[in-house]
Design a protein around this ligand. Structure first.
Ligand SMILES: C=CC1=C(C)c2cc3[nH]c(cc4nc(cc5[nH]c(cc1n2)c(C)c5CCC(=O)O)C(CCC(=O)O)=C4C)c(C)c3C=C
Ligand code: FES
Ligand SMILES: [Fe+2]
Length: 352
């Protein structure tokens, strides 16, 4: 189960940020090895405060473990012929890091593994970065010599995922009076991307949009909606409109009720708990809007069932169509990162 991870305790914030700023697939910096620790150190106090404000750390490891354990238990029933199944977590920037998971899987003698991204929609800055890291360590033999790999690279329109999101939206909508419920604006919010990434042909914006469309179809287009983008960092141009600005704009247009929906991340993190709940919701209230946030998927049983369905279907499909999806084979038209190409070739051969 691949994801970025987060500091489980406030004290781990610095290492998390350092790993993040060292990732040239996410943030290419000149003199990265020197600049990354410096930026991380400078940014640590502010981000530490945010993790303190949301209860002393990121819950992502705890939720990923719950999701993984629930998933493999269901898979043992759904697919006894491939049992027993075991879930491992490999985070890109926090513990357990890919290298640690590799050691564990090697010690366990794993011979067949699925790299299952926990980002529903594909971006080279998220799933792509995790796959590049896995490729580097896999090629170096850190997982052991005889391991066969396949990849679940995206699942942003899977009906089980869509159902889980839709149910959480319905629960949030139910907090508004029935008489005005249909006037509530559904504001889908995803982590933004720098325009430099969008403009090299990254598929993320399209895939997040596809998730939103699928959710709205499932809801029978019961409400007006928009997709907006949050958490941009630094001075460069990022994908917009920004979530905070959108809330102010909706207030200006006289909207009174909004449901905020995190659509690109499956568990709570500072974006939902801090930005959406503490910053935006408070600001919106000051502008006369009542905001409720759709819960993150976290330990949703509907979502855990979806993960099991996705993984089970994948195990059956790989026998027919091979280790990777057709879509995964195509690099961004503007990609100049040689690792992306080598990584895709390596996984297409089952990690050999
Ligand atoms: C799936 C969503 C995400 C995409 C796409 C994404 C791209 C992206 N992010 C940065 C820079 C930073 N991101 C940071 C934190 C962070 N990012 C995501 C998700 C996506 N990022 C999450 C969920 C989090 C927070 C983790 C948490 O526990 O809440 C940070 C660190 C925080 C900060 O310093 O503000 C940075 C930096 C870039 C450059 C990028 C695309 C290229
Ligand atoms: S950046 Fe998208 S494939 Fe390399
Ligand atoms: Fe980010």
């Amino acid at each position: 189960m691949l994801n970025m991870g987060g500091p489980s305790t406030v004290a781990e914030t610095h290492d998390f940020l350092k790993n993040l700023f060292l990732d040239g697939d996410l943030i290419p910096l000149p003199f990265q090895r020197f600049l990354a620790p410096w930026i991380a150190k400078r940014r640590t106090p502010q981000i530490e405060q945010q993790y303190t404000d949301i209860g002393g750390g990121s819950p992502i490891l705890r939720y990923t473990q719950i999701q993984g354990e629930g998933m493999v238990k269901l898979m043992d029933e759904l697919s006894p012929e491939t049992a027993p199944h075991k879930a491992y977590v490999a985070f890109r920037y926090a513990k357990p890091l890919t290298e640690e998971t590799a050691r564990q899987m090697k010690a366990d003698g794993v011979t067949r593994a699925v790299a299952f991204t926990q980002y529903p929609q594909y971006s080279c800055s998220t799933t792509g970065s995790s796959l590049n890291e896995l490729y580097r360590r896999g090629k170096a033999g850190e997982f052991g010599k005889d391991i066969e790999w396949s990849v679940i690279d995206r699942w942003g329109t899977h009906p089980g995922f869509i159902e889980a999101v839709a149910q959480n939206i319905e629960a949030a909508l139910a907090k508004f009076p029935e008489s005005t419920r249909s006037e509530t604006v559904l504001l889908f919010s995803a982590h933004s991307l720098p325009m430099s990434v969008v403009n090299r042909g990254d598929p993320y914006v399209l895939e997040v949009s596809a998730s939103v469309s699928a959710v709205m179809d499932r809801l029978g287009h019961s409400n007006p909606y928009r997709l907006v983008w949050q958490s941009q960092v630094g001075p460069s141009a990022w994908m917009g409109m920004q979530t905070g600005e959108a809330l102010k704009g909706l207030a200006r247009l006289g909207k009174k009720q909004v449901v905020l929906i995190p659509i690109a991340f499956t568990s709570d993190h500072i974006e939902t708990l801090y930005e959406l709940d503490l910053e935006y919701a408070k600001e919106a209230r000051e502008h006369g809007i009542e905001v409720h946030r759709a819960a993150s998927l976290n330990d949703s049983p509907v979502f855990i069932r979806a993960l099991a369905d996705i993984a089970t279907a994948h195990l059956q499909q790989t026998r027919k169509v091979g280790p990777t999806s057709i879509q995964m084979g195509l690099r961004c038209p503007g990609c100049t990162n040689a690792t992306c190409g080598a990584q895709k070739t390596w996984f297409a051969r089952g990690g050999r």
